[in-house]
Design a protein around this ligand. Sequence first.
Ligand code: MRU
Length: 344
Amino acid sequence: MKIHGKDYKTVYFEEDSLFLIDQNQLPNELEIKSYTDYREVVEAIQIMAVRGAPAIGAAGAYGMALAAQSAKDADFRSALKKARQELIDSRPTAVDLTIGVMQVYEAALKFIPDYDAARKVALMTAHEFTRRSEEQCYQLGLHGADLVPDGARILTHCNAGALATVDHGTALAVIRAAHDQGKDIFVYVDETRPRLQGGRLTAFELEQEGIPHAVITDAAAGYYFWKNEIDLVVTGADRICLNGDIANKIGTYEKAVLAKHHGIPFYIAAPNSTFDFSCKRGEDIPIEFRDEDEIKYIDGNLITNAGSPALNPAFDVTPAEFITKIITPLGNFDPQEAALKVQS
Ligand code: MRU
């Protein structure tokens, strides 16, 4: 991803440290923080300094590798087990996190009692998970761009950009690829209450890459559908089930319903690590509820009635019947067949 003309990755590892772009500071400040302890990575995921399904997958994989580096031989197995659980529990909905953490954990355990080899393999596995994730996002962008006509006016929700992945993005990989192919596109960016990933992060990425766009309130999408000014919708996902149901940022479902009502294609873009082959249907997806203060306060200022509680589900489920295609690194598939294609 280009920021001020320079290439950046959201998640990378150098020497003994994990580096993450701090997404809570963007778009006002570009700060890259370093981490050497898996517990700091747990916290970074919880406070959403790193967020977005593939990005927390890679951060979790490196978190697990960091835990292996510091675990003592005597209690290696139990230390890794503890770290595994804390990392997985740090956010429940995006399955990429569980997959990234488990890959590193299982790879390391195989080498016990050669603890040095286990540490080495843990880091190599995290590197490989991250490299594959980045490559898959690039590939799915190329497939998805086939679905974007010249002149398309596109709606996207939340941030499914390079910042939500290691690089390139998922929904934004599609948009980037279409733009790079010279297509004249325009992007409506839902601001995405309460964390404003659209207004802060997607808008930032699109501006940095010179892609025409405008931020709209979450409630404004219906107006633009009604005006026939949206040609397609593309978002990312946090978990994709065997039957093609998906979970994504709260507010995704209502955009899918609007798209179906207006006969507009609704696409989901995701790398392989977002597929949960043990999840039969949307009802099986654990939905994260976050602190009510994310809704009640903006920049420390109370913006709702003080005595009223707020409800803050971070994700919702969009059933397969509302999804036109799932865009994957292997191609664009009907939602009901996507998991099978990716698994084989
Ligand atoms: O709460 P967030 O910001 O982690 O939610 C992110 C999303 O919902 C994204 O759309 C999803 O992770 C796919 S990103 C490539």
